[in-house]
Design a protein around this ligand. Structure first.
Ligand SMILES: Cc1ncc(COP(=O)(O)OP(=O)(O)O)c(N)n1
Ligand SMILES: Cc1ncsc1CCOP(=O)(O)O
Length: 451
């Protein structure tokens, strides 16, 4: 859930009651008119921490009006930014935050993003909507290591009132849904661009700027094209991870195994083929992808980013000693799914910062499938879930006998279980998958989790 901060006298009372009484995941700040309000917000957030804080440093509107007292500026710089997961200034705000020199080029925006990053936030998005001489809408996203130039098409319209606020709100909503930061920003940028396009000819009011319509996706099916999220955390529900040795033992091909798991109700497939030669792996992955696509089940590749790229899979799952998630993201781009194995809250935090989509946590129970694997137990799983901003899938030693207890640990971002032997070291994969699915559905209906 995201929360707007309201100005002046309401702020203290409302913030405290909202943050303490409701289960708030993400806070997005709006205009903070004075330094007193900034202080109250910081105090409240220290008392009631949230998973993500989006700071839209509203100081100058797109129409050029000054919206907050100069003292607010020092409040942002000295107090709030250090707590922020992302700060989203427009060109004028970035300039004001950095002493007033105007930002005229993309290079200025890059330098500004880095300088604002040095004030404490974990990510910075400098919005270039007002950049003159540009036919594109260019924003700069900096995560402390890489500067991403995000380009969209510039929509010619007077209806731009509130674009900055919408952008930051959309980022907050995406974070609340479990997206990684870069994905949240890209989704927000796409949303704003489509909304401006839909509303470009709308005629409301007489001022220099008009509003735009946020409900365009409900009103026009045309704008729903491409709006299907590339990753739905609910897909982690029953996660089937293949094992070539087990399939060989039971005399089935990898495609038969994948087909059977999907038939039984698996919601996502990972090919974990430790012994396959590269060429053979690519060929079988392509065949599995066809099966998965026809059932709309995502297919991920374990460890091998090269194989995922070669076969066009939906993404990869990487461990702590595999290619770093950040590098995988750079190679795969924002459109692919990346999962990372994590045993600790610190690893979960890093996976999120590196642009992963979900976390695989385990072994929850001892397993013979992965040699020398450290068991984290239910407590370890819970600690990772509570710390993680990303959705989590539990793995390791899970089967019919204990799946329910795992799903019932009662942490909302635990989205499912990942299984190898209890599905594939069995005679009939479809039957075992079906049984496990029914156990999971049962556990979810008892705990009121969505299925
Ligand atoms: C969903 C999921 N979670 C964890 C793992 C383990 O991955 P990794 O640590 O890379 O170990 P190997 O699978 O490569 O042995 C996983 N594969 N899937
Ligand atoms: C790959 C992996 N990572 C942590 S435990 C594990 C093995 C899971 O296999 P199983 O479901 O057979 O215990």
């Amino acid at each position: 859930m995201g929360v707007h901060v309201v100005p002046e006298s309401f702020v203290e009372e409302q913030l405290r009651s909202v943050l303490s009484d409701m289960d708030v995941d993400v806070v997005k700040t709006g205009m903070l008119p004075s330094i007193g309000v900034v202080k109250v917000l910081c105090d409240s957030l220290r008392k009631f921490p949230v998973k993500a804080l989006v700071v839209d440093p509203v100081m100058v509107s797109t129409s050029g009006d000054t919206l907050s007292a100069p003292s607010t500026l020092s409040g942002y710089r000295d107090q709030l930014f250090a707590m922020a997961d992302i700060v989203t200034p427009n060109l004028k705000e970035a300039s004001a935050l950095l002493g007033g020199a105007p930002l005229k080029t993309v290079y200025d925006m890059r330098d500004a993003a880095k300088s604002i990053y040095n004030l404490g936030p974990r990510h910075v998005l400098v919005k270039g909507g007002d950049l003159s001489d540009s036919s594109d809408a260019i924003d700069i996203f900096f995560d402390g290591q890489t500067c991403h130039e995000l380009r969209g098409s510039r929509v010619k319209t007077r209806n731009t009132h509130g674009t900055g606020c919408t952008m930051a709100s959309c980022i907050a909503a995406e974070l609340a849904k479990g997206s990684a930061m870069l994905q949240a920003v890209q989704e927000a940028k796409a949303f704003v661009e489509s909304a401006l396009h839909y509303s470009k000819d709308m005629a409301i009011g007489n001022g220099p700027q008009g509003p735009f319509d946020h409900l365009f996706r409900l009103k026009s099916p045309h704008y729903n094209v491409g709006a299907t999220p590339r990753f739905n955390p609910d897909d982690l529900f029953l996660y089937a991870v293949t094992d070539s040795r087990m399939n060989k033992k039971w005399g089935r091909s990898i495609t038969d195994a994948v087909q059977a798991a999907i038939e039984g109700g698996a919601t996502i497939i990972q090919l974990r083929e430790k012994e396959a030669e590269t060429r053979e792996f690519i060929e079988s992955a392509k065949a599995c992808l066809e099966i998965c696509r026809s059932s709309r089940v995502p297919l991920l590749i374990n460890d091998r980013v090269d194989v995922a790229l070669a076969c066009g899979a939906d993404g990869v799952h990487v461990g702590q000693s595999d290619m770093p998630a950040r590098t995988a993201r750079e190679l795969l781009g924002p459109g692919k799914i990346i999962g990372v194995s994590c045993k600790t809250p610190a690893q979960a935090e890093k996976a999120w910062a590196d642009g992963a989509d979900y976390i695989g946590c385990g072994g929850v129970f001892p397993t013979t499938t992965k040699e020398d694997n450290i068991t984290v137990g239910m407590e370890g799983l819970k600690a990772v879930c509570l710390a993680s901003k990303l959705p989590v899938v539990a793995i390791g030693g899970i089967g019919i006998a204990n799946a329910r207890s795992v799903m019932e640990i009662g942490v909302p971002n635990l989205k499912g279980i990942a299984i190898v032997s209890a599905l594939f070291d069995r005679e009939c994969v479809a039957t075992e998958t079906r049984k496990l699915r029914s156990v999971l559905m049962d556990a979810c209906s008892r705990t009121n989790l969505s299925v």
